[in-house]
Design a protein around this ligand. Structure first.
Ligand SMILES: [Zn+2]
Ligand SMILES: [Zn+2]
Length: 332
């Protein structure tokens, strides 16, 4: 089969790889659509020690089942393979499973014509759903999981407060779209990339600004701030912007260290919540939300052929793409 393989620093190569065959309990899937994630970009930059080349990346995938009990059905993959036995798995927090494995990291990923994955990791697509839209399920579930955690900590429903989203990649944009769908009327989003700002503006779900040129009265004025970038500078902005008693959701993983204002966090009783991935239930809810149209027409997705994956990676690297998500399509 053909696959897009991470072969070394800032290099992905479209080449021939062995076609995988399913073991017991697994299904073989023909990939129809697979998104490029920020974490795939980290790997490409050599910044993720867990992803070692040569490796087929990609974990945001939809396709058709070629073997086993779901034969012929369209599915989305749950890329997190968990033990189902530990305390976290049994209490509904499988994303925290210490034994969790991820396709595109611990196993070959979905930037390929075919993949094998446990049957329990498949979600059936609603009838007639476009697999390109379905490939957004994973980032949408990440945003939805963050919002569920935030709602538990907020003292008022999101519909009664203002929200700031830092970062207009797919997780940031999907967070804004989900907040809008949950009735939040005042949402601001910032991104340093002007092409992306324009794309986010077209969705009309939020106001958009350049962090170089921030609006007045940003400080202390948002019940909810979502940092979908995770750098020292974005965390500083997030803590400045959050209102006393408010919540900061930290999703981005760009920089692990750096200074931040613990004095304000303390004096203003800010709740800071780290959030990572999703559960199977979050994926099901995200798939339904995408299918129902609650998150808009998703016309901001850019489709490219998997064989052009290398140029997609370099365009993302250089900030030349206006799309918050590029989805790769293997040739059928
Ligand atoms: Zn992802
Ligand atoms: Zn577990």
């Amino acid at each position: 089969m053909k696959a897009l393989v991470y072969t070394g620093l800032n290099e992905v190569t479209y080449r021939e790889e062995l076609t995988p065959e399913p073991a017991a309990g697994e299904a073989k899937i023909r990939i129809e659509a697979v998104g490029i994630c920020g974490s795939d970009m980290h790997a490409y930059h050599g910044e993720d020690a867990r992803r070692i080349p040569p490796l087929i990346l990609g974990h945001e995938a939809a396709g058709v089942v070629l073997s086993g009990k779901y034969l012929g059905q369209r599915v989305v993959l749950n890329p997190l393979i968990c033990c189902e036995n530990c305390l976290d798995c049994r209490s509904g927090r499988s994303n925290l499973c210490a034994d969790r494995k991820l396709i595109g990291m611990n196993y070959p990923g979905a930037f390929a014509e075919f993949i094998t994955i446990p049957e329990k990791n498949l979600l059936l697509l609603p009838d007639g759903m476009n697999p390109v839209h379905a490939a957004l399920t994973e980032p949408a579930a990440t945003s939805l999981h963050a919002l569920y955690l935030a709602e538990k900590a907020l003292h008022r429903p999101v519909s009664e407060g203002r929200a700031l989203v830092i970062g207009g990649g797919s997780v940031g944009l999907l967070a804004a779209l989900i907040l809008r769908a949950h009735g939040c009327k005042e949402i601001l989003l910032c991104d340093t990339n002007p092409l992306r700002r324009e794309t986010v503006l077209k969705t009309a779900c939020c106001e958009v600004f350049d962090p170089q040129n921030e609006p007045q009265n940003l400080d202390d004025s948002f019940e909810l701030v979502i940092d979908a970038v995770g750098m020292e500078t974005t965390r500083r902005m997030a803590i400045r912007a959050v209102r006393p008693g408010g919540v900061l959701m930290h999703i981005g993983l760009q920089q692990s260290a750096g200074d931040c204002d613990f004095r304000k966090i303390t004096l203003a009783e800010i709740t800071v919540i780290g959030t990572y991935t999703y559960t199977h239930t979050d994926l099901e809810a995200a798939l339904q939300a995408l299918h129902s149209g609650a998150l808009g027409d998703l016309s901001w997705i850019e489709e490219r052929s998997l064989s052009d994956g290398s140029s997609a990676f370099s365009d993302l690297n250089e900030g030349l793409s206006s799309a918050p998500k590029i989805i790769l399509i293997p040739k059928s």
